[in-house]
Design a protein around this ligand. Structure first.
Ligand code: SF4
Length: 442
């Protein structure tokens, strides 16, 4: 359910591409210890779904039967192992995503939270979010999740139009979604988020805005807008390829996004990130940590993490990916205590690229203070202060660079992907001019 919209994907893809190019030339020095290295947030991946949605290419499985006790033991074991490896002393938030984690038993959620609280400090008021699919989350189950320790819900509503929901292959109707939303708000007042998609095949701006306005009559204080990304290998992609559905129109999607963010702004929502809107201070602190490049541990099949394995004596931040396929992941966890499939040490420049690409997604951007926390040899002024391209973006009113730091304007946030390639190249060029790579034997 929780997925990066096309904009997010492009940013991540752009960052990955330049990072890959740069990694070829990266020297062997590791980055300094990142800030808050004994703190982290924890992501837990529940990989199972009832049914495959037509647009989805996430890591999810439609099982014939799940041995939930075994999955639970593995989630608990892996969380304990990664907490020990990381040396993290304080977990600031936990996010159960998927897949469809609202299909898991509340007992599993409670067991993971208990393991985290036993291994580290998990403050009583930490944000604990669960993604919920309307059909797998009747009020009684939501209450049981609350009793298990969940205090925030992210409801995968996606649309308030039954025809669109069928097109997307969702298992719920618009009325199911509104009922779940009402029950969620009763149980978690002020802490319910909803996802709404835009840019579907044949979707028009006016009716979509009608849905958004209808949603505003029912929603709580957090809304995420995601643009449909047509992914190869999905049923929707095939239908568009075969011509049984029209291809989504990117111009219309851009118009929906622009109009939608204006409607949300009028309704008192702050656009605090490219796809995310909150009022009354209801920002997701967990996701904020990702955009601030804080440490996160990823538990469960295919989960991603970024942390310094201090408990194992390392000082270098690593990108980690757990084994994708649930049965293989479980075998590995049972054998080794964790199912980490890939570990990639992040170099200094690579970390700064992430700080830039992720930070600019937020409305506060990158403050000088935040940038300095990563102990870079270059200030933001060094990198961007004299660049001709950046000067043009400043003059066009898309970017701001001042005593606070570097950030997108309201207009710039909507076209971040197009800005990011220039900004990442600028960072790389300045980096290599100022910190030349060592020669042979260096
Ligand atoms: S509920 Fe649908 S969109 Fe969400 S992970 Fe499962 S198949 Fe994908």
């Amino acid at each position: 359910m929780a997925f990066l919209g096309a904009r997010a994907r492009c940013s991540a893809a752009a960052a990955a591409k330049v990072a890959q190019r740069r990694r070829l030339a990266e020297d062997a020095r590791g980055p300094p210890s990142p800030p808050g290295s004994q703190r982290a947030v924890l992501y837990v991946h529940w990989p199972y779904c009832e049914k495959r949605c037509s647009y989805c290419n996430f890591n999810k499985y439609i099982p014939r039967g799940v041995d939930e006790a075994a999955v639970r033991r593995c989630l608990v074991t892996e969380a304990q192992t990664l907490l020990r490896l990381s040396g993290v002393r304080r977990v600031e938030s936990v996010f159960f995503g998927g897949g469809t984690p609202s299909l898991a038993s509340p007992h599993t959620v409670a067991a993971v939270l208990e393991a985290v609280a036993q291994a580290t400090h998990l403050p009583a008021d930490s944000e604990v979010t669960l993604e919920a699919n309307p059909t797998s989350a009747p009020g009684s189950r939501l209450a049981a999740f609350k009793a298990a320790g969940v205090n925030r819900l992210s409801v995968g509503l996606q649309s308030l139009d039954d025809t669109e929901l069928q097109l997307l292959g969702r298992t719920h109707s618009a009325s199911d979604a509104l009922q779940t939303l009402a029950e969620a708000r009763r149980l978690f007042p002020g802490r319910v988020s909803v996802d709404l998609m835009l840019g579907l095949p044949a979707q028009q701006v006016g009716p979509w805005l009608g849905q958004l306005r209808e949603l505003l009559r029912h929603c709580d204080d957090h809304v995420s807008l995601y643009q449909l990304s047509l992914e190869r290998g999905t049923a929707l992609f095939t239908q568009v390829q075969q011509g049984t559905l029209p291809a989504p129109d990117p111009e219309l999607a851009a118009e929906m996004y622009q109009e939608g963010r204006a409607v949300l702004r009028e309704a008192g929502f702050r656009q605090y990130e490219v796809s995310n809107f909150a009022r009354n201070g209801a920002l997701s602190t967990h996701n904020w940590t990702y955009w601030q490049c804080g440490q996160y541990l990823g538990v469960g099949p295919g989960a991603h993490g970024r942390f310094v394995p201090q408990g194992a004596g390392s000082h270098t931040r690593e990108a980690r990916i757990q084994t994708l396929e649930p049965d293989n992941w479980m075998k590995e966890v049972m054998l080794f205590g964790h199912g980490t499939r890939k570990r990639v040490p992040l170099g200094e420049l690579e970390l700064l690229e992430e700080v830039l690409a992720m930070g600019l997604r937020t409305d506060v951007g990158i403050t000088h203070q935040h940038w300095q926390q990563f102990e870079p040899p270059l200030t933001l002024w060094d990198v961007f202060g004299t660049s001709r391209e950046v000067k043009m973006l400043l003059e066009q009113g898309l970017l701001l660079l001042d005593h606070r730091g570097l950030r997108c304007s309201w207009e710039g946030l909507a076209v971040l992907d197009s800005l990011l390639l220039d900004l990442l190249s600028q960072l790389q060029d300045t980096w290599w001019q100022r910190t030349p790579s060592p020669g042979p034997g260096g």
